[in-house]
Design a protein around this ligand. Structure first.
Ligand code: OXD
Ligand code: MN
Length: 591
């Protein structure tokens, strides 16, 4: 354990409030983890799956009312409201502590409080930051053991320091009306109550590694971003790294674990995954931007994952995985989800725990799904067949290119490059996706999601843009910034670009640009490739189709500009003047 008095007095205080029957320190050992798994199986909290087919794998079902992150109940609590900004929900810190203390009071009676010392990043490295999560859920403990680096060595690395993130989670009654995910960036504190769902309760992930870390990054001169990190290995063994931010439902995990098309594979190109969700970025002594993935595992969406869409992700889940809210195949004691294959199990239990008849499944009616659309796998990064050998490198990897992306039917071309860092920041700030038929509500509505950080910035969005601009001044050898859109459609609504592994063809143009090896055409929105510079060998696509994918329609961009202006107004008066100038300049170029 520890003699750190900051840690001990805080735990004592939380214990007095929540009143658990006992307190158990998580030491990171396999013996303790195995005992907890056995306890969770005995209580029914988890189901042990077929040891031969899925060694070390378990199934868990959340409460039916507790299946996703709850943005409406997520708060940033800064002493001044304006520091939280208009995009986040704000609560006064004192009011929030008072309100939640009432919900926590006695909430762990009859339960065990687990103390999880964890590190985001490699313990002892320059990038690492430490946290302690107190929770009354074994499921949370077991997920944190996969998603972060947990154990006594974290306490040793922390020593007597007070600089750790204090996380408190209690399931309480899972009451939706009293569910709160609250962040106190000025106090390094996170309080989560009345949920048992991953994104709300694995406090190292979105709460710490994005919301609190983005606040710390601004204060300390680094960046916490909602980005995957991948490496492209050239036949001569050189590896170039890219980080990329996409809103949800844009294939981020698939890109992170991309399988190169034959034409590249045959020449010896390889793609390596460093991270699928979060990047922490710092300026290195060589003037380049260096990135680490602060996580230790993947908390991926299961539906749609299969051996064509993402064979690497599927292989990663074949051992040591916790599945949440998927279908239980009773005959095989394995799992299934929509889009895994065309053989749904005949004898099955759905994510709610009820018998499930696949014959009644209608893909247009989500209520007939066997697996919840947001069902998940929690899997170890080191089990991924394409995990990078730099995954555990404390120095991280140098980033050559930053990519922003969105899901746009018409407006954004397949790829374009920003003119410079300031313009690139503007490109990130206007990132957007259009709602698809799969989402509830209207189709084709543009949702602005700057840098894919809309739900994850721990402070005012205008200040966040200003931090991006500041960082640009501190990186002598900054990555080039690009934007991609895999989702342009034809007049019948069909996707034009094949996507998946073929996205590598676009990555190669991007890396060629970074190396000064590819030409480009200057347009009103940025540099686009010459059609002939996108390699289409082996594809059923013509250069004319590529030309169409790269076209920039001034009218739809002018319409977009009006929408961007409204969005900037929503953010408020802290949007940097430089970005408003970029918007004005874009409008002028569009004519
Ligand atoms: C995630 C998300 O779960 O972005 O990664 O919602
Ligand atoms: Mn994410």
């Amino acid at each position: 354990m520890t003699s750190n008095k900051h840690v001990l007095s805080w735990i004592e205080e939380m214990q007095a409030m929540t009143q658990p029957d006992r307190v158990v320190w998580i030491d990171g050992s396999e013996e303790q983890a195995e005992a907890l798994r056995a306890e969770a199986v005995a209580s029914g909290e988890m189901i042990k799956l077929n040891e031969e087919k899925l060694p070390g794998c378990y199934l868990h079902r959340t409460a039916v009312n507790d299946v996703a992150r709850v943005e409406g109940r997520t708060f940033i609590c800064t002493s001044k409201k304006e520091d939280t900004g208009n995009i986040n929900n704000w609560m006064d810190p004192k009011e929030c502590y008072d309100k939640l203390s009432k919900l926590y009071r006695g909430a762990m009676k009859g339960r065990t409080m687990y103390v999880i010392p964890y590190s985001m990043g490699i313990v002892g490295s320059d990038f690492a930051k430490y946290g302690i999560e107190l929770t009354d859920s074994i499921y949370v403990v077991l997920n944190m053991l996969t998603m972060t680096r947990v154990g006594n060595n974290v306490l040793e690395a922390l020593g007597d320091d007070a600089g750790f993130i204090k996380g408190l989670h209690a399931k309480a009654d899972l009451d939706e009306e009293n569910r709160y995910i609250c962040h106190f960036p000025e106090d390094n504190t996170i309080w989560s109550v009345n949920s048992g769902y991953g994104g709300n309760v694995l406090l190292g992930k979105k709460c710490f590694a994005l919301r609190i870390a983005s606040y710390l990054g601004r204060k300390e001169g680094w960046m916490a971003e909602h980005m995957l990190i991948l490496g492209v290995e050239y036949p001569d063994g050189d590896v170039k790294y890219i980080s990329a931010a996409f809103p949800s439902a844009c294939g981020k995990t698939n890109l992170a674990m991309l399988i190169p098309p034959e034409i590249y594979k045959n020449k010896g190109y390889k793609v390596w995954c460093v991270g699928d969700d979060i990047a922490w970025l710092r300026v290195g002594s060589d003037g380049r931007l260096w990135a680490v993935n602060p996580e230790n595992g993947f908390f991926g969406v299961a539906p749609g994952t299969n051996d064509k869409s993402n064979p690497n992700a599927l292989a990663t889940t074949m051992r040591d995985t916790i599945f949440t809210n998927v279908v239980h195949d009773l005959d095989n004691n394995t799992v299934w989800w929509e889009g895994l294959n065309d053989n749904p199990p005949a004898n099955a239990i759905d994510w709610k725990g009820n018998p499930w008849d696949y014959k009644k499944y209608d893909k247009h009616d989500k209520s007939t799904c066997g697996a919840h659309p947001n069902s998940r796998f929690t899997a170890k990064a080191i089990n991924c067949p394409c995990i990078s050998d730099k995954f555990n490198d404390p120095a991280g990897v140098p980033i050559s290119a930053i990519i922003f992306g969105g899901r746009r039917a018409k407006t954004a071309p397949l790829v374009y490059q920003s003119f410079n860092w300031q313009h690139g920041t503007f490109v990130g700030s206007i990132m957007a996706s259009e709602t698809t038929a799969a989402a509830s509500g209207a189709v084709g509505v543009v949702r602005r999601d700057p840098m894919a950080m809309r739900p994850f910035t721990g402070y005012d969005m205008g200040d966040y843009f200003a931090h991006w601009l500041e960082m640009g001044k501190k990186i002598p050898n900054a990555p080039k910034i690009f934007h991609v859109n895999w989702f342009r459609t034809d007049d019948e609504g069909n996707f034009i670009w094949p996507g998946f592994g073929d996205n590598m063809r676009v990555l190669m143009w991007i890396l060629d640009r970074c190396a000064g090896k590819a030409d480009a055409v200057e347009t009103a929105i940025g540099y686009v490739p010459k059609a002939e510079d996108i390699n289409i060998e082996g594809l059923d696509i013509t250069a004319d189709t590529i030309r169409e994918l790269l076209s920039v329609d001034h009218d739809s961009w002018l319409e977009d500009c009006a929408n961007i202006e409204e969005f900037y107004e929503t953010i408020g008066d802290r949007v940097p003047a430089e970005l408003k100038e970029e918007l004005a300049a874009l409008k002028k170029r569009l004519g």
